[in-house]
Design a protein around this ligand. Structure first.
Ligand code: UGA
Length: 430
């Protein structure tokens, strides 16, 4: 099929390369010329495993362009994969969605299905269809369908090609049939619903996962108070299939471009309809506190933080990405700096981005060893493999005083103690 994908961020590009991989001809549209010129040279502008390889393998079925007049005409299916960032009031900013619609309306020249992959509030697809129908050339039949993505950064290609479900939110059999043809080669269970339900499935899923994380984080904090071990608690809970064993890793809270914005957007939407989503509100509050949990802990070891030398290992919101959006490290480092702490950071992927946000005041280190040298305290904020594999004996050798506060439970507390480390993690006995 001839498919256009609007937006080449991680959702758009992953969608495009996976669709090309399954036999479609895909034209990718992005207004950012720099991204387009990188893509034309075979370089993905995002940090995502497997994308470069699929771009190379399917280069004959992929076209990259900044010109809607090249991307849209002839397309039977047009995917909208643009960002819906958080507005100042917490709601989703839909400007990019409506700008894409303008381009589609101007250039579509045949009957087509416009598929919204971006996370959008309930009712957006309907509004979009009205807008498109009022602008599109006479005689062209156009339908809008909701097909939310469930891609995690770092595993997005795998999540797309062999995910756990495809949700098709459609209002007609024609749109359903077109989408079924798009995904003909995918071996993934399909759930068909109306559009608003599909939009809600996406929000409800992300909000539920955020709730699960905030819940285990609260349980972890309570475990510390009563002397229980959260890892074993999570294991025991997860053995019950009704609970499930995933997304029960306690830590310094969730970050990234999805959970923080989607929880706030759903909360906003509920308020707009005159009620409060109390559980979601609590999850947001718990997460905000959890992001600086280790700083509260640090005061147990140093009542006054001023003048300390601190190492921060890991800056991205999770391993396998350079993404810093809503990463716990942002708030954590800002609070350390406010308290007069000298901060050194290390991260294998996200330091360039961090440098743009924290200029001057932070020292950037090219190795874990360099970051730890002569420090009074170390904070672990992202569970990069390099951190997990770092020999415990090196902490006391390198640090002035080996106080290690581990926000991602990377090490065994017994082994850390034996290595001579003052080790404190999340939800486990120090
Ligand atoms: C998330 C969802 O997992 C995807 O299904 C969804 O499609 C995507 O948002 C989206 O809406 O686009 P992502 O933000 O890439 O994907 O990352 P996750 O792997 O879900 O992690 C989010 C955050 O939760 C990270 O900061 C991670 O460290 C944290 N987390 C995750 C925990 O603290 N504990 C856990 O057990 C799991």
């Amino acid at each position: 099929m001839k498919i256009a994908v609007v937006g080449t961020g991680y959702v758009g590009l992953v969608t495009a390369v996976c669709l090309a991989h399954t036999g479609h001809e895909v034209r990718c549209l992005d207004r950012d010329e720099t991204k387009i010129s990188l893509l034309r040279r075979g370089v993905p502008p995002i940090f995502e495993a497997g994308v470069r390889e699929l771009m190379e393998e399917n280069k004959n079925s992929l076209i990259y362009t900044a010109d809607p007049g090249e991307a849209i005409p002839g397309a039977e299916v047009i995917f909208i994969c643009v960002g819906t960032p958080e507005r100042a009031d917490g709601y989703a900013n839909l400007a990019a969605i409506y700008e894409s619609a303008e381009e589609i309306a101007e250039h579509a020249d045949r009957d087509c299905v416009v598929v919204v992959k971006s996370t959008v509030p309930m009712g957006t697809n309907e509004k979009l269809e009205k807008l498109l129908s009022s602008r599109i050339r006479r005689g062209i039949r156009l339908e809008v369908a909701s097909n939310p993505e469930f891609l995690s950064q770092g595993t997005a290609v795998r999540d797309m090609l062999s995910g756990q479900r495809l949700v098709l939110g459609v209002e007609s059999e024609t749109a359903e049939a077109v989408l079924r043809r798009v995904y003909r080669e995918f071996d993934v269970p399909i759930l068909v619903s109306d559009r608003k339900t599909a939009e809600m499935i996406k929000y409800a899923s992300n909000n539920f996962l955020a709730l699960k994380i905030s819940y285990i984080n609260e349980i972890a904090n309570l475990c510390e108070a009563v002397g229980a071990d959260v890892e074993t608690v999570a294991l025991g809970m997860g053995m019950d299939e009704r609970i499930g064993n995933r997304f029960l890793r306690s830590g310094v809270g969730y970050g990234g471009s999805c959970f923080p914005k989607d929880t706030k957007a759903l909360h906003w939407l509920a308020r707009y309809h005159d009620f409060e989503l109390k559980t979601v509100k609590a999850a947001i509050e718990v997460n905000e506190n959890q992001k600086i949990r280790l700083i509260k802990k640090a005061r147990r070891y140093y009542p006054c933080l001023e003048g300390l030398n601190a190492a921060v290992l890991g800056l991205s919101f999770k391993p396998g990405t350079d993404d810093l959006r809503d990463a716990p490290s942002l708030q954590h480092v800002a609070v350390l700096l406010d308290n007069g702490v000298h901060v050194r950071v290390w991260d294998p992927a996200a330091m360039e981005g961090f440098r743009r946000l924290f200029t001057g005041s932070v020292r950037y280190c090219s190795s874990i060893g360099e970051a730890l040298k002569d420090t009074d305290i170390c904070f672990i904020l992202t569970e990069w493999e390099e951190v997990r594999a770092f020999p415990l004996v090196m902490f006391p050798r390198l640090m002035k005083r080996p106080v290690v506060l581990d926000g991602r439970n990377c090490f065994d507390p017994g082994a850390a103690r034996e290595a001579g480390i003052v080790y404190d993690s999340i939800g486990r006995r120090p």
